[in-house]
Design a binder for this molecule. Sequence first.
Ligand SMILES: *Cc1c(COP(=O)(O)O)cnc(C)c1O
Length: 212
Amino acid sequence: MNRDANEIELLAVSKTKPVDDILAAYHAEQRHFGENYVQEGYDKTVALADYHDIVWHFIGPIQSNKTRLVAESFHWVHTISREKIAQRLNDQRPPQLPPLNVCIQMNIEQESSKSGVVDEQVYALASLVDTMPNLTLRGIMAIPSQQSDTHKRKQVLQSIADIYHKLKQQFTTVDTLSLGMSGDMGDAIAAGSTMVRVGTAIFGERLKKGTD
Ligand SMILES: *Cc1c(COP(=O)(O)O)cnc(C)c1O
């Protein structure tokens, strides 16, 4: 499969990493950064507030009592899987900011350890998000399991890509398939990912565990 590198956005996942690491990547032209923990991510957006062209993506689980900080300080959220969270982000997005870009998180393998909507649910949630004035529906995000069965892994990636293409036909704002991490970005790109979320391969192993 041939893909043009311009079609694929690199999201640098900087969770648990210090602000200096983000700045080093910034000086190497990186602009999109992903954070998983609300407080840590918020602190970084404050520390780097002078860098107006950084695009901050929230890619961690969101509890409803933490939506305000996310709505106020991030540009993107990849982990929408409940109507309640979408509604709160829409209501709490400050009016002077452009709409928050959102991806719906899918969990098509129905793993209990992960959040995300299953198959058909995505269309209902997408239709709802599409009506919210302070959110822009950009696409879907998934974290496929790292199973060793190559055929199965590709099947999962393909089903996610199929749903993405259906959504794209239905909603004109949809242009993002957030899929692929350090360990599986090659397969994800082959399947049609438009945004890979890469932490370890850019910043090295994470030593500490993040906290919310
Ligand atoms: C941590 C994380 C990543 C990056 O993972 P790496 O394996 O370090 O590249 C990507 N996406 C999500 C949702 C993550 O939580």
